[in-house]
Structure formats: structure tokens, C-alpha cells
Design a protein around this ligand. Sequence first.
Ligand code: PEP
Ligand code: MG
Length: 318
Amino acid sequence: EAGRRDSKYAGPARTRDGRHIEVAANIRNAAEVKMALEHGAGGVGLFRTEFLFMNREEPPGEEEQLQAYKEVVAAFQGKPVVVRTLDVGGDKPLPYLNPGHEENPFLGLRGLRLCLARQELFKTQLKALLRAASYGNLKIMFPMVTTLEEIRQAKKIMAEARMELEANGLTVSHVETGIMIEVPAAALMADVLAREVDFFSIGTNDLAQYTLAVDRGNERVAGMYDACHPAVLRLIDVTVKAAHRYGKWVGLCGELGSEVDAAPLLVGLGLDEISMSPVFIPPMKEAVNKIAYHEARELVRRLLELPGPGEVRVALSK
Ligand code: PEP
Ligand code: MG
């Protein structure tokens, strides 16, 4: 049964009117690769590398990281694997990186900000990633980007990492580099940021949290947290349009991408790729295959004018 279903969904997702949408997997480690491939993942849209850094006394070294990334990239045999650089801080503190007490950790030294403050740690990861890139189709993605300056700094450290590897006689291939769009400022400035990167991936979990000013993990305000809020959808819309204006592809890797009922919304927003928990890949492909892109675009035009997430969800259920 499972085998039959898996082979049926091994192909790409394509709307009735022929628009191709890459359906990819969110993974945390090499152990999840098998699951992703069995469910027909066209690649990895989000490899959350922070798990390699957790539950230990010190960060993994370059060789250990190389082995971990290489294993995943090789298993996908040329299919794209988007590896996100270390995204800790906020709700994911690491004892050995201890940035000290923060009143508002979600607004503090997290994601790329922490990496730019700990450049040796960052450069070690970038070296491992650049080396792993020669085993397949690896792409590097920076999390929690707020400003253009941060992207430039990150790319400068990546260039140093590359030069140091090449000085040691290694040949490093070109690696596509992108950013997560999960801070409202980045979404609003997407046309400026697009010129500096190869792709975007929208992190709806944090984008909803920061847009709505609702802690994504706080039960007391959970009723106000919904990535289908038109305010969030408008930011996604702005981001996709900006990316396409500059010829860059744009994916989405937040939990909204695992909502099969939201398929017409995701397709109609014009996303090129949707990355999700592997179990949702077969039903999402099935849903995409039933959609007409031109109809989904029309639907989204209407959804963007609705007053709240409740109305959006009602419209999606029809
Ligand atoms: C997101 O914020 O939507 C995202 C995919 O990243 P994470 O959930 O790891 O913060
Ligand atoms: Mg995030």
C-alpha cells in the first residue's frame, strides 16, 4: 500500500493548467532523509541544522558537520537540498553559546544575528557546507535576516571561508545562496534584498509571530496566532512579486506549507516551491494537481482583501 502510494507521488506537482510547483521536505537530520524520499520529496526545502548543535557540550567541528551534510546531499542525488545555517537563540538557546539573559529572546541575538556575533562558529559551518556542496546540489540559506547589511556580512564571511578552503587546495563549486523571509522588514524590503541573493524561502512561523506580535509558543495568545491572517498573506504576496521581478525563485517552508487545505492559497500566491513535513507531501501533490493556477490567482486576489484569518479559512474551505 505504502509503496504504491509513494511511487504514485514520485513525480512533480503540476497544476491543471501546467504550472510546476516543487514540493520539498523539511528535515532535521540524515535519519529523516529516507522518510522524505519515500514520500516523493523533490528535494529538501529546509534542512534545520540546529539539531546537530543541540544536546552536547560544544559545537560540532568542520569534519563532523561535513559528514552530516554530505550524507543528506548525496542521498538526494542532484535534487536541491537547501541547508539553513545555524538558527538558535530565541526559543532555542544553546548552553555553550549562552548569550546571557535576554528580556525578549525572540527579539534578541538569534538566527543570523548570533552567527554574525560568533564568526568563527559561523565560518566553520560555512566551510563544511561549501565542502559538502561538491557531493550534490546544496544551497545555503540564512535565517532571521532583517537587513541588507546582514546579508552582505554573511556573504563576506562565506567568501573568506571559500578562500581559506581554496588556499588549502580544495576546489569549491558555485553555491546558490538565499535567505529566509520571516521578519516583516525583510518582506517589505524584498525588492532590495532580492538583488543580493539567489532565492527566498518564506518562514511563516516567525513571519506570523512578528507580523501579529503574537508569541508563536504562548498558549494565552494562541487564538490570535494564524499564518492565514491577511496581513501575513499580503507580506507573502509582496515577497513573491519582488523575487519574481528580479528573476529569483521563492519557496515557503513554514507550517502553513503543511496545510493541504491551504494548497489553492499557496499556489495562487505564485510560490515556486513549498517545503513541508514529509507526510504531507503526497496529499499536497494531489491537491496541487487538482488546482488551476489562473483560478487560484483569482482566489488569492480576493483573500488578500478579507478582514481576518477566519474569513480566509472559510473561503478556503469552500
Ligand atoms: C519559520 O519560522 O517559519 C521556519 C520555517 O523556521 P523555524 O520554524 O525553524 O523558526
Ligand atoms: Mg523561523
